[in-house]
Write a protein of this length. Structure first.
Length: 512
């Protein structure tokens, strides 16, 4: 029985202690709103407490961001470095605690109370609901640009299409999508971006907010309503998507939020039958597309090979307010006299260039650039890392040679190194020696052939004379034989005639 009485007494005492800390529904607390501030401005945060009974003391803490605000003073207040302790006494049923601060840096922070309570006439501690307010500090000397440069998601497609001036979007994702990552980049590199939401998506609507804080402290909030469907729709093919180095990129078609370089302009072209805005020089010799990916939401300039459909990252150099497109030297071009073809690193890009044979000029490289007006040569000082126009050098194509191939050969030979020149000269001497030897052999062969032909002609003449003599003799003998044969024929004919006469006379005698 005694044990039960002790337990009951312990429980009762706990209830009495707890009752001393319960919220008094007739008590109230509030904190004053803080207007927009500028760096260096002082202001006061007031904590108001009221009750339907007398309050003999009020206590609590006030928490803030010490990197944005600085605590100065306050009656019954002490502390700093992000925490101010408040403790004031009184006999009425309302009281206020005032703390003076100073804005020291652009940004935004929350000022909130903690452990706020009052003590009544019975020495009971009455807890009060904690209060909070937001302090936004601007720095007029800093940029107030709080716009986004790019905005994309790991799933779904923004509707409408992203625009820096549009702050509300809708996105639909399939049932299997449980997380929607947000990739956002501010236009001002000094601005901060804070994303809230997008994790553990539930069926139906989910809210995602992107808060952009400019260096001056100005803020802009973008909102996305992500709707998770109860089914998985068929994937849609985005005609503005392309693959570069195994990474899926999206081609920007409006260039909003992208700074157009000086001396360059924009024009609209067709990409997969969609109007796409590109950057070009004044003579429209090139077209610069801007691409981004979910891994790299910031837009990067590319050029498009329209024959292969492949994008290539643009090589460029920004120098002050100038923008230079670094181009490869055309392959069908003639190396200028006194130079040779080489490569150098400019702005992280490997660029083809001309270099001088003069060792004193070894730090200078001559690159082919487009400054927004047209392509021309620039001289790059690799030590000072400065690019300067060099109109003395002109691009000469192979078809533009004026002095024939010999001039081109001389210029190419002159562009070789000394060792290469020695090798070329040695090879040329060897070739000339071989040619001379071949000529001598040919001449010797020709002379021997002439001598042989002369001897052959003499033999032929002798043989010809012999043949003529034999032929003449044969002709004479033939003529002689022909005369004898003719005489013999004549003799035969005479004999036959005489014989015929003899026979005729014989017949006449027989008749008689």
């Amino acid at each position: 029985m005694k044990k039960i009485s002790k337990a009951f007494a312990l429980i009762l005492s706990c209830l009495i202690f707890a009752s001393s800390l319960v919220f008094n529904t007739s008590a109230a607390a509030s904190i004053s709103k803080i207007p927009n501030l500028t760096v260096g401005q002082e202001f006061t945060v007031t904590v108001n407490v009221s009750a339907n009974e007398a309050m003999y003391a009020i206590s609590g803490t006030l928490n803030y961001d010490a990197s944005v605000l600085q605590f100065i003073s306050g009656e019954g207040c002490s502390g700093g470095a992000g925490v101010v302790t408040m403790a004031v006494g009184g006999t009425g049923n309302s009281n206020s605690i005032k703390c003076k601060f100073k804005a020291i840096k652009a940004g935004s922070c929350t000022v909130s109370t903690a452990d706020l309570l009052y003590v009544n006439i019975d020495a009971a501690k009455i807890a009060l609901p904690n209060q909070s307010t937001t302090a936004t500090v601007n720095d007029k000397t800093l940029s107030g640009n709080c716009n986004l440069k790019s905005l994309s998601l790991s799933a779904g497609t923004l509707s409408p299409q992203f625009s820096a001036s549009t702050t509300s979007y809708d996105v639909s994702v399939g049932n299997s999508v449980l997380e929607c990552k947000v990739y956002a980049t501010a236009q001002d590199k000094g601005a901060s971006v804070r994303v809230s939401g997008g994790n553990d998506l539930k069926l139906g609507a989910n809210n995602v907010t992107i808060t952009v804080t400019a260096p001056s402290g100005a803020q802009k909030v973008y909102k996305i309503k992500v709707t998770r469907l109860d089914y998985d729709p068929e994937p849609e093919v985005n005609p503005l998507e392309t693959v570069v180095d195994s990474v899926i990129y999206t081609v920007s078609n409006n260039l909003e939020g992208i700074t157009i370089p000086n001396n360059f302009k924009t024009k609209v072209v067709k990409y997969n039958d969609i109007d796409v805005t590109v950057v070009t020089d004044q003579k429209e010799n090139l077209e610069i597309y801007y691409l981004n990916s979910t891994e790299n939401p910031e837009y990067v300039p590319y050029t498009l090979d329209k024959k292969t459909g492949v994008f290539k990252k643009l090589s460029f150099l920004s120098q002050g307010d100038k923008f230079y497109v670094l181009s490869e030297i055309p392959s069908k071009s003639q190396v200028p006299e006194g130079y040779y073809l080489s490569n150098t690193q400019i702005g992280g890009f490997d660029i083809s260039c001309y270099a001088s044979n003069n060792e004193k000029m070894s730090a200078f490289y001559y690159v082919y650039c487009n400054n927004g007006e047209d392509f021309e040569f620039y001289r790059y000082d690799s030590k000072e890392q400065v690019l300067q126009r060099y109109p003395e050098m002109k691009l000469i194509s192979v078809s533009d040679k004026k002095d024939g191939e010999n001039k081109g050969f001389i210029q190419r030979f002159d562009s070789l190194s000394n060792n290469a020149k020695i090798v070329v000269i040695g090879l040329a001497l060897v070739v000339l020696g071989v040619i001379a030897l071949i000529v001598l052999l040919i001449l010797r062969f020709v002379n021997q052939h002439k001598i042989a032909n002369s001897k052959s002609d003499i033999d032929l003449m002798e043989e010809f004379d012999t043949v003529n003599y034999t032929t003449d003799f044969a002709l004479e003998d033939s003529e002689y034989n022909e005369d004898e044969i003719a005489q013999e024929i004549d003799f035969s004919q005479q004999d036959e005639a005489e014989a015929a006469e003899f026979v005729g006379e014989t017949d006449d005698e027989d008749q008689e």
